[in-house]
Design a protein around this ligand. Structure first.
Ligand SMILES: [Zn+2]
Length: 566
């Protein structure tokens, strides 16, 4: 074993030796005096606890796990007041932690026009037309999550939809959120026309006469976003409710909310606080707020603290670059399909360095989006500067996405202690077309789950919902098989980067807890931990990998309470 690998093993949250420490003791024989409020038995229990990875039954009292053991160990804890769940086989795992969602935007997307699987321009237009018929006059039609690669790559234009949306401004985004289509009414209300100058770090796509086609990319999207009226508190509460119900159905008990995507980036935290005060949260939330406003978060923590086990703050989200699908990822060398273009950074390195150094000095956690190999390298360099400037501490720097890594930079994650926060579902989605954009050589270290794990890095997994479904079982399937969504690549796209089911489970449980400094309270099934668990209808480690996606969540338990039952 290399020295590096040993170092990483000793630091891994899932090995019980993380720097935050584990307050929970080993599972002990339960006391006969008390009965449990909840007992789950009958399924194989994957605990995530390296001292006892598999078990048979779990007991909880109130919101915490009190005992894990054999069925006969736990039986004496079953009393009159115990809610007893007897599974017919299957698997019980720690509640899934989705480490990258845009929670309210996801909630609102459930309620909006559905364009993700529109396979032709005609279908795209028909769906917008049908939705507009249900919308009130003047109401904005947003979200959509369209994908122009479904019909060969022609970008949609406002003249496709103007005739079917005369009374509603339309602002529908591509599924990666890095470009969107406005209809003429939306452009008019936003004051965008042929005379509008381009925006640094973005693009107004124009026709031959210089008029906007309706497509705005990255920073230019702000021009229209600013014209959209702010959702009401009632709407926001309904988005949150829809989001929590949806993730509970998929076994998610904690989300790390990356905030951007709806309004000003603080509306999420305000909405979650209202729900928390009412006792309405059924999903635990680590609410990350914008890097550019790190001082506001510092002041907020000074007044309100960092929250509790339902709702926590302390992280800031920033951006290095855009996305591969929009050709706005910052690459070291040009894109294979557009040899004059290598993407771009969204801000100057100096601005980014100053903001990150300030936020880090305030004790905040950096969660920074980097997709292209240049963005990744530049961010690793900035992280080095931040750490040397501000001195040693348990800062758990996070790189969000870490998609296209130059091979030379892979070992730096473990060496610098940078968490790779990645989304396996993107791999089987992008895998359909990414090789055309970056070529075969760069594809080999794209979504490099295995290389990162072998290097000793912390790899934490999530969805990027609304961009992709917040469905950890689909994510595990993606990470384990790398079978692309188009049914090609039956042995996996870049198969050497496939990981095992247990590696993927750790990425969605104990490693996720580590990524928000909460590994002493969640991410394992172990006495003393919060009783967040998911019952799945089959043992994911014992079935052919290609059938993992057929597995169903039967029950989701948060804080000892069943919040979803199939
Ligand atoms: Zn995201």
């Amino acid at each position: 074993m290399s020295g590096l690998a040993w170092l990483a093993l000793s630091l891994s949250a899932c090995d019980g030796e993380s720097s935050g420490g584990l307050t929970a003791g080993p599972s002990k024989a339960p006391s006969q005096a008390q009965s449990a409020s909840l007992v789950v038995t009958g399924a194989r229990v994957w605990t995530g606890d390296p001292e006892m990875p598999w078990s048979e039954a779990v007991a909880a009292a109130g919101d915490a796990i009190v005992a894990v053991g054999s069925a006969s160990d736990i039986a004496p804890l079953i009393g009159d007041g115990t809610e007893l769940i007897v599974a017919d086989g299957g698997m019980l795992v720690p509640g899934f932690i989705d480490t990258h969602v845009h929670f309210l935007a996801g909630g609102s997307s459930i309620a909006s026009v559905q364009l993700r699987d529109a396979q032709t321009p005609g279908e795209f237009v028909r769906r917008i037309e049908a939705f507009a018929e249900t919308a009130g006059p003047g109401e904005w039609i947003t979200d959509g999550a369209w994908d122009h690669t479904n019909w060969g790559g022609e970008l949609p234009r406002r003249d496709w939809i103007d005739a079917v949306t005369p009374d509603n401004p339309v602002w529908v985004s591509r599924l990666d959120g890095h470009m969107a289509l406005a209809n003429s009414l939306a452009l008019q209300q936003a004051g965008v026309d042929a005379d509008t100058p381009d925006v640094a770090g973005g693009e107004i796509v124009r026709d031959g006469d210089g008029r906007p086609t309706g497509i705005l990319k990255d920073n230019a999207m702000v021009l229209v976003q600013e014209a959209i009226p702010k959702p009401t508190e009632r709407q926001l509460d309904s988005y949150l409710d829809a989001a929590m119900q949806y993730v509970a159905k998929n076994g998610v008990t904690t989300v790390h909310d990356m905030s951007d995507g709806i309004a000003d980036g603080w509306i999420g935290l305000e909405t979650y606080r209202r729900a928390e005060a009412r006792g309405d949260l059924i999903t635990r939330i680590y609410a990350v707020t914008p890097l550019g406003e790190w001082r506001r978060l510092k002041d907020d923590i000074g007044r309100n603290g960092r929250g509790n086990e339902w709702l926590q703050t302390g992280g800031v989200k920033g951006f290095m670059d855009g996305s591969l699908g929009s050709h706005t990822a910052a690459m070291l060398a040009p894109f294979t399909d557009t040899p004059q273009d290598s993407g771009f950074l969204l801000d100057s390195l100096e601005n980014l360095r100053v903001m990150m150094t300030g936020a880090d000095a305030a004790g905040l956690q950096l969660n920074i989006h980097a997709i292209g190999d240049k963005a990744i390298r530049d961010l690793l360099d900035i992280f080095l500067d931040v750490a040397s400037e501000n001195g040693k501490r348990d800062r758990r720097l996070r790189m969000e996405h870490a998609q296209h890594i130059h091979p030379d930079d892979i070992p730096r994650f473990a060496v610098q202690g940078v968490i790779a926060s990645m989304q396996p579902y993107h791999a089987i989605d992008d895998g359909r077309w990414a090789e055309a954009v970056i070529g075969a050589e760069r594809a080999r270290t794209t979504y490099a789950f295995k290389s990162l794990l072998e290097s000793g890095a912390h790899v934490v997994l999530g969805s990027d919902w609304y961009v992709a479904p917040a469905d950890p079982i689909a994510g595990i399937y993606a990470a384990v098989t790398r079978r692309t969504l188009d049914g090609e690549n039956s042995n996996g796209w870049v198969p050497e980067q496939k990981i095992t089911v247990e590696e993927a489970l750790r990425g969605y449980t104990c490693e996720g807890a580590y990524a928000s400094f909460e590994e002493d309270r969640k991410g394992m099934i172990k006495a003393g931990m919060l009783a967040d668990m998911v019952l799945i209808d089959r043992d994911l480690t014992a079935i052919p990998p290609e059938t993992i996606r057929d597995a169903k969540v039967l029950k989701t338990i948060v804080g000892g309470r069943v919040v979803y039952s199939r």
